[in-house]
Write a protein that binds this ligand. Sequence first.
Ligand code: GDP
Length: 137
Amino acid sequence: MQQTLSIIKPDAVKKNVVGKILDRFESNGLRIAATKKIQLSRADAEAFYAVHKERPFFGELVEFMISGPVVVSVLEGENAVAKNRELMGATDPKEAAPGTIRADFAESIDANAVHGSDSLENAAIEIAFFFARREIL
Ligand code: GDP
């Protein structure tokens, strides 16, 4: 059993498809152990994406992530990290497999609907960034 962090990004929240995306998780063997809608501050977004701070798109990524509320969730299940990445699809929605969240709900490589932890180690760090232990049930 693993836990992973999901973020439904501002583009998908604005499109009003939060429920449809959470349903993809629940319908594919993942359980929502925690979830909340929050507005990230600039400091939050810069800290969360610190690993990307040398990338040319860092500024755009931070601006996008603070452009509106996001829904952060802890997903739990067998192979949750890989399962969530599989359900999300490729970073660029144009390359995402049919039926994946990004193929169905995302427009571009920056406004790409969802984030998912890329390893078990990062999942633990990212979950602790957003949730207290008592919020994960
Ligand atoms: P992910 O793990 O599939 O989310 O992809 P990465 O870790 O490579 O990138 C993190 C996030 O940065 C992506 O989800 C995008 O929102 C954003 N991103 C990646 N590549 C680009 C790019 O070329 N331009 C812009 N503006 N954003 C990008």
